[in-house]
Design a protein around this ligand. Structure first.
Ligand code: TK8
Length: 339
């Protein structure tokens, strides 16, 4: 056999071998999903990301793999959102409140005292209104999958118990990077300072700020009890988290792959809400054991706060659009009438 002929045969064989192998290689090379979040691994957020990761891995038979990266190691919410939009990161979970700069309709969820209880929040967030707000993200390069529960927020600080709005006078209070929060707490008399969550612990520790507000779960999992003395129960707003996907990346997935993610996101949501609610019940007692001084703001004083904050509603309505605002108020009134 001539050298030329041998080379030709070898090349043909290599090509015949390489073609299906390339297809196969593409098939078995797992899709890597970098999933960022802000709290630590031992938080309700961390536990639910793990549930999501396990289901994705299982349902895709290992072809999709989630690398969960917590404690804001990929940056605070706002930075991760930009990474998703640019396609440098695949997924994240974070507060809807920090998304308002991208999708103004998200401000709906920042309305003080919007929901009376978790059942109302679930019904609106998982219903057509929640979906409509989520769908607005698509034009901006993000795909929202589900809402998780961050929870009803309460105040902590190192100065004094807050028993009425006036007690917030001069308290340097960290708020999320969101104008509704900023305006609300200014209106209540606090010296509101927007900061990313990832900077909060050290800001409290160094007394750059005196206080902050978050659900019991986060106050516990982020160890704020180490640097905060007073916990005042207000339940002033229900705050959701949202699971986001980079639209650039999502559009490259097959329908089957998208379904794996959506199904796992829904399962993680159900797990997360149950887990969060169970933990919240225990967390308050834990925080007392850790030495926090807890006071419940009397209902009459909560009502006064609520009344002061009513001015904010008009701002939110203008921001999110009167139709969306009205639709939400109508849905809430209808569900309350049934109670
Ligand atoms: C975690 C934040 C946090 C939020 C905040 O990344 O910033 O206070 O409540 O849960 O999203």
């Amino acid at each position: 056999m001539s050298i030329v002929r041998r080379t030709l045969i070898a090349a043909a064989a290599a090509a015949a071998f390489a073609a299906p192998f390339a297809a196969l290689a593409q098939d078995i090379k797992p899709r890597l999903i970098r999933f960022g979040y802000g709290l630590n691994e031992q938080s309700n957020q961390g536990r639910a990301v793990k549930v999501f990761a396990e289901q994705v891995q299982k349902a895709s038979a290992g072809k999709m793999r989630v690398r969960a990266i917590g404690a804001a190691a990929l940056g605070p919410d706002v930075q991760m959102q930009q990474a998703l939009i640019g396609g440098a990161q695949e997924m994240m979970v974070g507060s809807t409140a920090t998304l308002v700069g991208i999708t103004k309709e998200m401000a709906l969820w920042d309305t003080p005292f919007l929901f009376d209880d978790a059942a109302e929040a679930d019904a609106i967030l998982d219903g057509p209104i929640g979906q409509k707000v989520m769908d607005k993200l698509q034009d901006k390069g993000l795909v929202g999958l589900v809402y998780w529960e961050n929870g009803f927020r309460n105040l902590t600080n190192s100065k004094r118990p807050i028993a009425k709005a006036e007690d917030m006078d001069g308290v340097k209070l960290r708020v999320m990077q969101n104008d509704v929060y900023l305006d609300s707490f200014k209106l209540l008399g606090a010296n509101a300072i927007p900061l990313p969550f990832s900077e909060l612990f050290s800001a409290l520790e160094t007394k750059t700020v005196d206080g902050q507000e978050n659900p019991f779960n986060t106050i516990l999992s982020s160890k704020f009890y180490e640097v905060q003395k007073y916990l005042s129960i207000t339940n002033h707003v229900y705050s959701p988290w949202i699971v986001l996907v980079s639209k650039k990346w999502w559009d490259q997935l097959s329908k089957a792959e998208q379904k794996v993610l959506l199904d796992a996101a829904r399962a993680s949501r159900d797990f997360e809400r149950k887990d969060t609610r169970e933990e919240a019940g225990r967390a308050l007692a834990d925080l007392k054991t850790k030495g926090m001084q807890v006071n419940e703001v009397p209902p009459a004083e909560v009502a006064r706060m609520r009344q002061k904050l009513e001015r904010i509603n008009a701002n939110v309505a203008a921001h999110v659009g009167g139709d969306l605002w009205q639709e939400t108020q109508t849905a809430l009134a209808a569900s309350r009438a049934k109670k």
